[in-house]
Write a protein that binds this ligand. Sequence first.
Ligand code: PA5
Length: 469
Amino acid sequence: MTNGIRYNPTAAHKLLDDQRVTAMRDKVLAARDEALADVELLKSGDAIPNEKQPLDAGFINLPAELLAEQENNGDDSLVGNIAQVATELRERIDRFVVLGIGGSYMGARALFEALCHPFHNELPRDDRDGVPRIYFEGNNLDNDVQRCLLELLESQCTDANDIAQRWGLTVISKSGGTLETAVAFRLFRAALERLYGAASAEARSCVIPVTGEQGKLRDFSTAKEYPHVFPIPDGVGGRFSVFTAVGLLPAAMLGIDIVALLQGAADITEQLRDAPPGENPVIDYVVTAALFEEQGMDIRVLSTWGKRLEALGLWYDQLLSESLGKHERGATPITGVNTRDLHSRGQQHQEGRRDKLITNVIVERPSAALLEVPSVPDAENQDQLNAHAGKTLPQLLSAAIEGTNKAYAGDNRPTADILLPQVDAYCMGQLLQMLMLATAVEGQLIGINPYGQPGVEAYKQNMNEILNS
Ligand code: PA5
């Protein structure tokens, strides 16, 4: 594997007994085999035992399967189709609203923040390479924010003949019945139809539903005859669905290389199957996490060094907590962004309860041209920064990472590193799939079904009862 992500738990393992590490590796390898066997079980069509219900292991082979299909069928493949529809819509609109909640938007948001210009929406269209501005909604019941986005769209977009004033949306819901998304869809659909004309073909062509094979959204999409509706396959759960149209369609709209994304995901899956412990990021990550959890360190801090990976951290928060937070078990994930959060959480991580494993996410090569500390005349050197004049921001960041890790090591606080050579589609594909695979393997290891989220039903049922009373 060249130029891929790596996982380095050396600092954390200094705090562990070698025999425990070896024993845990064997258990995690067995859990890996079980997680992979689930893929075969799903494919076989055999009855799925009760304790494995629901079984959403379809995400594991999905990237490789999609790539193979694309290789064979080109533009007629699902990936080819998503790319074509996205390219065609991109050329017709300048704003794109993604409606979805939980697993139906968080992956797309992680990809957007990691891979697009940090001020994407503020750039003129040419500087965005013709990629529309993007907005995420339908993930809350916040009146003010939703009202303000609708007002923004309606005030800025009044002339449907001007590309700069045209917008479209995707509505993403696997069940097709999630209230937050469904309500937002009604509101945004009405606004869109006011722009293009109610029941016009134009309005229909600017809406792309992504949904399961059955459900209210599927039925509505069929009745409405939307020209493009993308599926979310059975056997792939919401928070594991970033490599279905759920993540691929918004990514393609954003001009992200979805084949590279899938290739990264397929490669790390192969590495999980074939690479020995010590060279296998998924296995090594689960071994480390499980060993510290065994000794009561069940707060898992994903410490991202740089702002672009915050949404990736929030996506992982959701993935881990919804997947393994069951039966009074499961680690608690927290996302940090450093060096920002050294000034908010750093004190607690250094001297608070000994309940945290810190996983740094470190990007080795920045994407933009380097900034340096400028030199100023002595008369203006009151901040004494001339001592560092010429040092780049990445050099300062490296010193902060090294200094922080050293401080934690000095107090026996465990840290491990996930290293990305750079933030690109390939590495993001690897990272997202690595964390999904790790969650599935960890579920097998601790005897928790990582799929499904039965606990979320209680609030939904109560809310519906209250609304219907
Ligand atoms: O991981 C999950 O399954 C959930 O977070 C769902 O993605 C979320 O509840 C949204 O569900 P749906 O796509 O059915 O609207």
